[in-house]
Design a protein around this ligand. Structure first.
Ligand code: PLP
Length: 425
């Protein structure tokens, strides 16, 4: 078997099952090609992608501008490590810091690495700038969070499947209820050693929980009053997914430009990943101003691949596509239609309880228990009908298509979803 041999879906699944660790439970569909909002399986069947690789493919599959940038750079220079300078990283750092309104960027590869980086940065800042005694810093996190899979990150997860038998866990985290300002206030007041508050602007993996209006802004204000850093994990919500360049932009309406304008909430530390590369390459980043980022000095932190020239070229192209194609505006408009249509459908169909979300990050709640397999079974039927989505729980389906979708395609998808659920037994 060579790398160019074509496999049937059955063969591909058998190979993964036999030779790959079983750390995922994929829907049984084998994808072999993608373009824009569409993917094709090994037998050539076409589907709408309504997951976008967990919001990494916001710019659509194989966006020509992003792929061109990647191929061009791959033919020129791929990796130098940070032992030397390369002529792409600085350009990208200037571009991204200006776009998001921060002094500096620290480049990493995956979302979890960027979260780890932000946690290390916050702790170091707490000891060296805030003056907390060494090893006493605490970071406030939220219940039902999802920030990745490293040992430290799962230490403050409350998902038993993600945690069990991976201990001993990293200390130094205080968990509070999401969307509860009172809990945050109490946590901030009860402890002098708080370095930071780490929060997802919308809890994606938990089932697309959108916090109350004004929660993030009020939380940021409380943190500022206690000299505590506000860390926004926008790995999933960022890069136009929620109808704004960042979910923390709130209701600021950058009508024409792809800019963070005057965001509702300006994080002290911003974490980006996933769609920062349009799904073409693992690229993540941590952004902060100098008074925070400057605590990191040579030797304190790094990654062989972080900031490599391909990543820099791809990220710049991916961010340009978001601006050129006004993807935030499109996500905002299509998201409104999606929720209106599904909310009306929920009124007439007993299986659908409600729909919630922002922009094109939405979840449909199914009228069954969290332990049921109904959401999975519906996703299997959606697959048969040409649309790929994935449950986040037994009774929640996340719907997050590429943001390059047009209205006609969205309406087609809505009718597939309605038809599938109507016929579901
Ligand atoms: N943070 C958030 C909010 C996420 O949703 C995810 C992934 O889903 C991560 C971090 C981890 O990103 P990665 O899977 O690239 O490590």
């Amino acid at each position: 078997m060579t790398v160019l041999d074509k496999l049937t879906s059955e063969e591909a699944i058998a190979l993964e099952n036999n030779y790959g660790a079983h750390n995922y439970h994929p829907l049984p569909v084998v994808l072999s090609r993608g373009e824009g909002v569409y993917v094709w399986d090994a037998e050539g069947k076409k589907y709408y992608d309504f997951l976008s690789a967990y919001s990494a493919v916001n710019q659509g599959h194989c966006h020509p501008k992003i792929i061109d940038a990647m191929v061009q750079q791959a033919k020129t220079l791929t990796l130098t490590s940070r032992a030397f300078y390369n002529d792409m990283l600085g350009k990208y750092e200037k571009f991204a810091t200006q776009l998001f309104g921060f002094d500096k960027l620290l480049p990493m590869n995956t979302g979890a690495e960027a979260v780890e980086t932000a946690l290390k940065l916050a702790r170091k800042w707490a000891y060296e700038v805030k003056g907390i005694d060494e090893n006493n810093a605490e970071i406030i996190v939220c219940e039902n969070n999802f920030h990745g899979r490293t040992t430290t990150i799962i230490s403050f997860s409350n998902d038993p499947v993600a945690r069990k038998n991976f201990g001993p866990y990293t200390k130094g985290f205080i968990k509070i209820e999401y969307d509860n300002l009172q809990s945050l206030q109490e946590a901030l007041e009860s402890n002098q050693n708080i370095a930071a508050f780490l929060v997802e602007p919308i809890q994606g993996e938990a089932g697309v929980y959108v916090p109350s209006e004004g929660y993030l802004a009020a939380a940021k204000k409380m943190c500022a009053a206690h000299n505590v850093l506000f860390i926004a994990d926008e790995v999933q919500t960022g890069i136009a997914r929620t109808g704004r360049l960042l979910a923390t932009c709130g209701n600021c309406s950058c009508e024409e430009k792809n800019c963070s304008g005057t965001p509702e909430v300006k994080a002290d530390i911003l974490i980006l990943g996933k769609a920062l590369s349009g799904g073409a390459y693992p690229v993540s980043a941590v952004l902060a101003n100098n008074h925070i980022m400057d605590v990191i000095q040579p030797g304190n932190h790094g990654s062989t691949f972080g900031g490599n020239p391909i990543a820099a070229a791809v990220a710049m192209a991916a961010l340009e596509v978001v601006a050129d194609e006004k993807l935030a505006i499109n996500a905002d408009a299509l998201g409104i239609i999606f929720r209106e249509e599904l909310a009306a459908f929920a009124n007439e169909n007993d299986l659908v309880k409600s729909v919630r979300g922002k922009g094109l990050l939405n979840a449909v709640l199914i009228n069954d228990t969290e332990e049921s397999s109904t959401a999975w079974d519906i996703c299997m039927k959606l697959k048969d009908n040409g649309l790929l989505a994935k449950p986040t729980h037994g009774n929640i389906i996340r719907f997050a298509p590429p943001l390059v979708m047009n209205k006609e395609q969205l309406m087609d998808c809505i009718s597939i979803i309605k038809k599938t659920i109507t016929e579901f037994k």
